[in-house]
Design a protein around this ligand. Sequence first.
Ligand code: NAP
Length: 351
Amino acid sequence: MKAWRVHDFGEPKDRFVLDEVPEPTPAALAGMSMGLGGWIPAGPGLEPFDDWVIMRMEMAALALPDVTMCRGTYPVPVVRPYVSGQEGVGIVEDAVPSRRHLLGKRVVACTIQPWGSLAPVAVGVSMIFEVPEGMSSEQAAGYLIASHTAHHAAIRRGGVASGETVVALGAAGGLGSAIVQLCVAQGARVIAVVGGAEKAAFCRGLGAEVVDHTEGDYVAAVRQLVGGGGVDVVMDPVQGEMGAVSDGLLVPGGRRVLCGHAGGLIPHDPDFYLDNHSLVGVDLGGYPRETMRQFHLETQDVLTRLMAEGRYRPTVERRVAFDEVPAALEDLGARRTIGRVVVEIPQHGGI
Ligand SMILES: NC(=O)c1ccc[n+]([C@@H]2O[C@H](COP(=O)([O-])OP(=O)(O)OC[C@H]3O[C@@H](n4cnc5c(N)ncnc54)[C@H](OP(=O)(O)O)[C@@H]3O)[C@@H](O)[C@H]2O)c1
């Protein structure tokens, strides 16, 4: 099969190669375990990983990790060569015994390197759900990671409550736009921080007030909006300089929820504790397996209900063809995308 594979380090437009690669099979997966950076050979102290399905892909999503893994700036090293892509939707063709009830079903799932979703056949792991009733392939492809992370970050870890004021950084991005919607649904006042008029209009459509950081000091603009006081929560998938200055916006006792690093990782202000602020960490994968499974089920219930009530939607704003992947990733890395970008996966004869 033809898959988008990365052998080297650099920009996706230079390093993504449309390679002929073997389809993943149960035999290939049998001796494999799961490490932080993806699938690795099992061995002493490393049990074979036994929660997977083999999926014939319909659509996949693009995300910043496709860019940062390729550049080598992803926080965890990834063994090369690998097929990129962290999630998507497809039909289950094979599965471990505990997932065999999904054979032939359309599912959304995470995909881990080297068997990523930018291929006609991928390996879905851990977060595997049947596509909810009425959800299109496009929406399904862009649903899983952003939506589940947003719920885990804003509600479970961040504790955002009705009546609180929340600043959402990177608010027009894949994760940010999911966070905005869930905070609005929770009854919070949400101030979305974005770069540019198009992103501003998009976030207003999700129910947020907006500050455009390209027009000047965003911290001062937020302060003005809230009448000179502070905010209860900063939802921060950006970090970098933009995240660092957001500390000044928190009321005493406020929380800054770190759920990504689009602007890069920088050290945190050691004075944080003097203001009784909480720095809250978020990693969807950072729990024992049973705990994670429980969280995923709880989150899926909440999101399914909100979608049925029309209060949440996967923000898929762009659909590209398989051969457009490197160009679309260039846009993503340069902050030119809004919401989620999904990719059609061709099954016969490539592009
Ligand atoms: N913790 C987890 O489990 C988890 C799960 C999913 C994603 N993530 C992480 O969350 C972060 C955001 O992911 P995403 O999918 O929402 O990305 P995205 O769609 O590219 O959105 C990121 C947003 O961040 C803003 N930004 C500010 N500085 C930036 C910079 N230097 N480079 C790029 N963007 C910058 C951009 O908004 P403006 O241009 O409008 O400022 C952009 O819209 C990533 O670091 C990703 O790895 C974490």
